[in-house]
Design a protein around this ligand. Structure first.
Ligand SMILES: [Mn+2]
Length: 343
């Protein structure tokens, strides 16, 4: 969700002594039942409450934390495609998946994860939408399947770095720790095969600068929610008629002047901030708009999202970067309707 749609972030709460102790246990690699509250809590969106809060169990077959850490050994509801037939990249960046919301395109993401592999993978924030889960619990099997595939990658040896965003900010308190082989960091610096240094962050850090009027954000929120509902309807109808995925909201947004002005302002501010930190470029997410361009001598990359655009940013073995539009990739797999008619 773009920043204009975000409600004010809840104030972060101090971590109690108990929490610290348990987290230390987890870092040492001995993940025991005590960590349970922390791991299940973010998924239910209740992490902000005191430790004595009732914690709802995770849906599906994930009953407690022992299961969660055995998760990668369990079976997903949708079997994984063979590992050997995947397109291989040096690095993959994905973000803004918004698991736990109806807007999340888990089906396309599962297809993506089953077709590509990489040495390193960055999860650039808003992976789980804690804000929405707090309002209304929604967790279909496909969302479990996404988590399963991500954890399985870490288990297979992919270097996984998770940089929480604003919608999954409850994980930011674990920055510096590793869970199930996934490193949680606030930001990272990635070195490309051709020796460039890229700052990797979610991007909500710049909301205060890009959003000068808070009331405008709330108007935007209502409009955005309505647009996303409409988008789901259009997608459902298109699916029924066997048409490929196409995002109404993505195309509508591109037509709205304000959105365009906001996006370019965001891109410029992020690139400028990266430049002042002495890196060659920046990779972010947050505004759900995939992009790859040079701004004032800084390479700006945005990996997009899995709500509207369904895109990923990838680095080839030689350091070349590319944005993959997954709906287009899937469409290319089937024979074109025209060719079918001609036959
Ligand atoms: Mn965000």
């Amino acid at each position: 969700m773009p920043p204009i749609a975000d409600p004010p972030a809840p104030a972060s709460r101090p971590i109690t002594g108990t929490v610290t102790g348990q987290v230390t246990g987890a870092t040492s690699g001995n993940v025991t039942g005590t960590a349970s509250g922390h791991v299940t809590a973010p998924a239910t969106g209740r992490v902000a409450g005191p430790a004595t809060d009732h914690v709802a169990p995770l849906p599906g077959h994930v009953a407690d934390v022992t299961d969660l850490f055995d998760f990668a050994n369990s079976r997903p509801s949708r079997p994984e495609a063979p590992v050997g037939e995947r397109r291989r990249y040096r690095t993959i960046w994905i973000s803004d998946i918004h698991l736990g919301t109806r807007g999340c395109n888990a089906d396309l993401l599962i297809d993506f994860l089953d077709h590509v592999d990489s040495d390193t993978m960055y999860l650039v924030g808003d992976i789980v939408d804690g804000w929405q889960l707090k309002k209304r619990f929604y967790w279909p099997a496909a969302h479990n399947d996404v988590i399963w595939r991500l954890m399985k990658r870490a288990r297979r040896g992919t270097r996984m770095i998770y940089i929480p965003g604003n919608h999954d900010e409850m994980f930011r308190q674990f920055a510096g720790l590793d869970f199930g082989g996934i490193r949680i960091r606030r930001k990272a610096v990635h070195e490309t095969a051709d020796g460039r240094r890229l700052l990797v962050l979610h991007g909500d850090e710049f909301d205060a600068i890009t959003l000068s009027h808070r009331w405008l954000a709330h108007v935007g929120d209502a409009a955005y929610t309505a647009l996303m509902t409409l988008n789901r309807g259009v997608s459902a109808v298109r699916r029924r008629f066997g048409m490929p995925y196409w995002s109404l909201s993505k195309h509508a947004k591109a037509k709205v002047k304000n959105a365009v002005a906001f996006i370019s302002r965001f891109e410029e501010i992020v690139a400028e901030a990266a430049g002042s930190r002495g890196v060659d470029g920046v990779v972010c997410g947050h505004i759900h708009t995939a992009e790859m361009r040079e701004i004032g001598g800084i390479a700006y990359y945005n990996d997009g999202d899995w709500v509207e655009g369904c895109t990923a940013l990838v680095e080839h073995v030689d350091g070349r970067m590319e944005i993959l539009h997954w709906a287009d990739e899937i469409a290319r797999r089937r024979p074109a309707p025209v060719a079918a008619l001609a036959a």
